[in-house]
Write a protein that binds this ligand. Structure first.
Ligand SMILES: *Cc1c(COP(=O)(O)O)cnc(C)c1O
Length: 434
């Protein structure tokens, strides 16, 4: 559920008219709903009550400082994957003492920064990394808290580029050899074995792979608790969101109308299936949700530049492009696209909705049926809050979009649109070319 809906014929985020935001700050602009993020967080935390849960928001989904601050205020910690992300947490005025550091390629500098900042735990992805963390910790006089990421070899049935828990992925250590990896870790003098971690993939809309993974690794986790006294089990992130019926899924009625068995995963169903499996372990449970917390809490506003009508095809050319929102080009992802001003008296048109970038891949939707649109009108790409802005680039020398946060009837710019001057500020033409 979320807080984007038409009131009259104007699309609103909470109580704010989105066309007003677009007029004020221009486009392309990401707009986020603080209430939607808070609701998502609260529902998830509540659905796992009965467990000792620590929610570590996977900030790679959306790392705007304002959003980090919002989640910190709600009680979240963070799942971070780089020194830059760690510094963002600090810059947002949050601390990293309950946060975890994941990723397959941690550098010496990042390990040092995390140790000095008092990281809750490193999620170790390989034996060489374990040796490296031990070495850096020893040099600095720390005992590094670690958990090993195990790869349960479960098929998450999601897009190939976002599945991570199969044995042919680069992530984690296979369950078969994980016992030996823990044994090796226990011999390092500067490591403190604190937990165990897994993450099987992203955008899972069925609970079955989560259940399968937890069932599969639970005996091993219990064994680790007995052997090394671990105190937490991180079950990763991956809860999916609704993309296809994004607008409709804002209401409880839509969810109630979905036939049982076809209803996308809810936090309540996730909790109901997993709590009974996790409770007997008697461990703190870490969750690392990214997309679920922010995905449906954000939209990307864009303006129609041209409507190009052809004999074979129509094109709606908008001012947002693959550099602003790469998911369609990268993952063949579907985003619902709706007009900010709805006019039911107009007929629908079928068009490809494309950006201005010089690549055929710069296409948001093919043969999409949408209300007839004219130049200068606005549209919103829904479910764009996760892996939108954070994956954006400056391709075609297009500055980064602006970002706005809405709370009730107020809204504020949380990230200025990038100017041309700041885009080139770190570039230099060498003297030998002058
Ligand atoms: C990306 C990632 C997450 C978050 O995944 P979502 O699908 O956004 O919930 C959690 N844990 C790890 C280790 C990740 O790499």
């Amino acid at each position: 559920m979320h807080h984007f809906r038409y009131t009259g014929n104007e699309l609103h985020c909470e109580s704010v008219t989105l066309a007003e935001v677009a007029r004020l700050y221009g486009t392309p602009t990401y707009v986020y709903s603080a209430a939607t993020m808070a609701d998502n967080y609260t529902r998830l935390a509540r659905s796992l009550s009965g467990l000792d849960v620590q929610v570590c928001y996977a900030m790679k989904a959306n790392s705007a400082l304002a959003i980090l601050r919002h989640f910190a205020n709600l009680g979240a910690a963070f799942d971070l994957v780089s020194g830059g992300e760690l510094r963002r947490v600090l810059a947002a005025g949050a601390n990293v003492k309950r946060s975890v550091f994941a990723g397959v390629g941690k550098t010496n500098e990042e390990i040092e920064l995390a140790l000095r900042s008092g990281i809750f735990s490193f999620h170790v992805e390989s034996e060489p990394e374990m040796a490296r963390i031990n070495h850096v910790a020893g040099r600095l006089g720390f005992k590094a808290p670690i958990a090993i990421r195990i790869n349960p070899d479960v098929d998450a049935h999601t897009h190939a580029k976002i599945t991570t828990g199969k044995s042919d992925n680069k992530f984690g250590i296979p369950l078969k050899v994980a016992g030996a990896a823990y044994e090796a870790a226990s011999k390092y003098p500067n490591l403190h074995i604190k937990g165990v971690q897994m993450h099987i993939g992203s955008q899972l809309t069925d609970v079955a792979p989560f259940v399968e993974a937890v069932r599969k690794v639970s005996p091993f986790v219990a064994d680790l608790k007995a052997r090394y006294g671990i105190d937490y089990f991180s079950i990763g992130g991956g809860i999916g969101i609704v993309y296809r019926d994004a607008l409709a899924s804002g209401s409880a009625e839509w969810w109630d109308a979905q036939p049982a068995g076809q209803r996308p995963l809810t936090p309540e169903a996730y909790g109901a299936a997993l709590v009974p499996l996790l409770q007997p372990l008697g461990l703190k449970i870490l969750l690392e949700p990214g997309r679920f917390l922010v995905g449906n809490a954000g939209v990307l506003l864009s303006r129609v530049e041209y409507v190009k009508r052809g004999s074979a095809k129509n094109f709606v050319i908008v001012d947002a492009a693959m550099n602003d929102l790469v998911r369609p080009a990268m993952y063949d992802a579907f985003h619902e696209i709706v007009p900010l001003h709805r006019d039911t008296s107009r007929a629908a048109m079928v068009a490809d909705i494309v950006g201005p970038v010089c690549e055929s891949g710069d296409c948001f939707a093919k043969e999409r049926s949408i209300q007839q649109l004219g130049e200068g009108e606005y549209v919103a790409f829904l479910s764009a809050g996760a892996y939108g802005y954070t994956m954006a680039s400056r391709y075609n020398t297009r500055g980064m979009a602006a970002e706005v946060l809405v709370k009730g009837s107020t809204f504020e710019l949380i990230h200025d649109r990038e100017s041309f001057e700041t885009m080139i500020v770190n570039e230099h033409v060498p003297a030998f070319l002058k």
